[in-house]
Design a protein around this ligand. Structure first.
Ligand code: PAF
Length: 296
């Protein structure tokens, strides 16, 4: 399959590098990473140890059958506009936060799939990505149900050794992932601690509260998830990634804009009742972004 991975951050580089084993992959990213990959290939270290040969460019390629979008949620619209130049058979969003698939579908004619990934990845230096933990990709039609596109993309991933499940229940998976991110990301970023720290306090805590509020919001939209299960999943993810620094903590440490709008901010926007923990987390992260001139 001819695949364009749009976004050469940690997950995009890892997924692109793994897919390059069996597919023709073009990774769209920033200049220093692109130059390093063009010169020496992409080095994958950590839990997967190999070198991948793939094309790396800074603008969209002329052709691709599948686009995998891995950019930050606030760059989704720009990615969608750039991808309009390519005649695609399908698009897969592998991004954090909610609302990305809708933005892609609004700009692109090709069908859009939703996906979640639990692989841990960290971009160390240009041309290198470290796989910090093996995980799983779950993908499928955004509104649930089955599609031949989802089956063929699932097959392409599996052929490349990526643990993949094609799901007919993506709305549930997306809300579950949102709840975990709502619980872990802003709390770790504000407290400047690794994931494990936010669920170490016995009893009630911010992370569990935020995850429960997220799921209660999803339930109002017809998603069948239990708040107590979401709190438990948040604890398990935080425990299994205890030493990792969440993506939002990494954003804050590098002085970059965060994905707060698509995570806790999305919960606040969609809830038609008070969600005080998500409101507080959103307000504090936005205050930090504004103070650092990262939002208007
Ligand atoms: O955004 C992240 O960092 C990850 O999705 C998660 C699950 C919080 C683990 O670090």
């Amino acid at each position: 399959m001819e695949i364009c991975v749009f976004g050469a951050g940690s997950l995009g580089s890892l997924v692109g590098g793994l897919l390059a084993d069996n597919h023709q992959v073009t990774l769209v990213g920033r200049q220093p990473h692109v130059d390093a990959i063009e010169a020496d290939g992409l080095a994958i270290t950590g839990a997967v140890d190999r070198s991948a040969t793939l094309n790396a460019v800074t603008t969209v390629p002329a052709t691709a059958e599948l686009a995998i979008v891995t950019v930050k949620s606030f760059d989704t619209e720009a990615a969608a506009q750039a991808l309009q130049a390519v005649e695609l058979d399908g698009v897969l969003s592998l991004q954090n936060g909610m609302g990305n698939e809708e933005q892609l579908a609004a700009e692109l004619a090709a069908p859009v799939l939703a996906g979640t990934a639990t692989y841990g990845a960290h971009r160390t230096e240009p041309g290198t990505v470290e796989c910090t933990g093996l995980g799983e990709v779950v993908l499928g039609p955004t509104d649930g149900g089955k599609s031949t596109l989802a089956d063929s993309v699932g097959k392409a991933f599996t052929e490349s050794g990526i643990e993949t499940t094609v799901s007919a229940e993506m709305p549930r998976y997306l809300w579950e992932k949102l709840a975990v991110n709502a619980g872990i990301n802003a709390a770790t970023a504000l407290a400047r601690v690794p994931n494990g720290a936010v669920v170490e306090t016995p009893g009630e805590d911010v992370a569990r509260h935020a995850a429960r509020e997220a799921v209660q919001t999803g339930r109002k939209q017809g998603v069948s998830l239990e708040p107590a299960d979401a709190a438990q999943t948040t604890v398990s993810v935080a425990a299994s990634t205890a030493r990792n620094r969440s993506s939002m903590l990494q954003d804050i440490e590098s002085g970059s804009r965060t994905e707060i709008d698509a995570i806790n901010g999305y919960v606040v926007e969609q809830a038609n009742r008070p969600v005080p923990v998500n409101e507080t987390l959103t307000g504090l992260i936005k205050t930090w972004e504004k103070e650092n001139d990262l939002r208007l």
